[in-house]
Design a binder for this molecule. Sequence first.
Ligand code: CP
Ligand code: NVA
Length: 309
Amino acid sequence: MGAKRDLVSMLDVKDDLVGLLELAGNIKNRTKAGEPYEPLRGKSLAMIFEKASTRTRVSFAVGMTQLGGHALFLSPNDLQIGRGETIVDTARVLSRYVDGIMYRAFKRETVMELARNASVPVINGLDDKEHPCQVIADLFTILEHKGSFKELKLAYVGDGNNVCNSLLLGAAIVGMDMTAACPNGYEPDAEILATARRLAKDSGLKIHIVDDPVGAVQRADVVYTDVWVSMGQEKETEQREKVFRRYQVNSKLLEHAKKDAVVMHCLPAHRGLEITDEVIDGPLSIVFDQAENRLHAQKAILSRLLAGV
Ligand code: CP
Ligand code: NVA
């Protein structure tokens, strides 16, 4: 066995992203054909969620079952973490029982500390900086709908949050132009942006951060949005809803995108705020294909990290 592989940032799969997307496609085809595929027979995944989750929780749990393994849902309040046991000791102990740990955290440092101290792979199920599993599924969805990343432009409209950060890295890695339209003061993480720009420069891609949503979606092939208030930012709701009003993805904004553009949202959506009902339920929306693909992408990630497939 080689060294264990973690997935904390999109950068951890930089050299294998295309391969992972291919694997997700193969696994999806097998599932649709009703062919069993169980490389994780007898293996267990611990899933610890500091925050709520529908898609990540269910797709990891169902994914483990379909791959022949088993997932345990653990809340920090029920674990001894809630009573002060350290992340370091938790990482060491869980590594003696399970074959992988998925963690959804408020802070990046928690996931890093877990990864440093666990002898089994650690998968970031979302933190304040990134949401890599989401973006791997998103890139897979874009590939399914558009066939290739070549000459594509992704326009992200809204908060420069964890999802936007991972999209910047993901776009730079696969070779897709990306423009993010974010209000002043709500831009993506500066360090991640610099890394994405460095990667993009090598391949001649364009990565732009602007504040005008209309300019951003001009000639876009993919229009992507996410919530204005991420988990943990609830106290800022009133202020954010004011600042972001102009960043709603609605039919009027989409007039500026390409005619065959697709609309994406990682969900959960706040209908009537960052996206209208008309758009999310409309013909350009691929939001529910995107949600389904969390399952197929998760299975690729799990097979790769836990069984070296
Ligand atoms: N998109 C996503 O991660 O959804 P959940 O918060 O429901 O897991
Ligand atoms: N940016 C959102 C994504 C939820 C899946 C959040 O962090 O709450």
